[in-house]
Design a protein around this ligand. Structure first.
Ligand SMILES: [Zn+2]
Length: 92
């Protein structure tokens, strides 16, 4: 499992988080993508920034997760630890 690098939390990160929340709200799906919870929600990178730096600030690389599932996912790809492989998102 990849170890997340330490990094500074910048204003751009905060803006990305806000944008992901707004996108989910506008789509009417402001809930954890795993369990559907609407509490303790966080913005998560579908493909972790440690694996794909260009996607770090892409709203389309964001999804909403509750703190529990975000924490259990860690720096893995996809909505859950075992559900996704990077190839899934790049196969044409
Ligand atoms: Zn959840």
């Amino acid at each position: 499992m990849a170890v997340a690098r330490t990094r500074e939390y910048t204003a751009r990160d905060a803006q990305w988080r806000t944008d992901v929340f707004n996108a989910a709200r506008e789509a009417g799906v402001l809930a954890c993508v795993v369990c559907g919870s609407t509490e303790n929600l966080q913005a998560d990178h579908i493909i972790p920034y440690s694996q794909w730096e260009e996607g770090r600030y892409m709203v389309t690389n964001g999804q909403i997760m509750c703190s529990y599932h975000n924490k259990s996912k860690g720096a893995t790809v996809g909505p859950t630890r075992n559900a996704g492989r990077r190839e899934r998102y790049f196969s044409s």
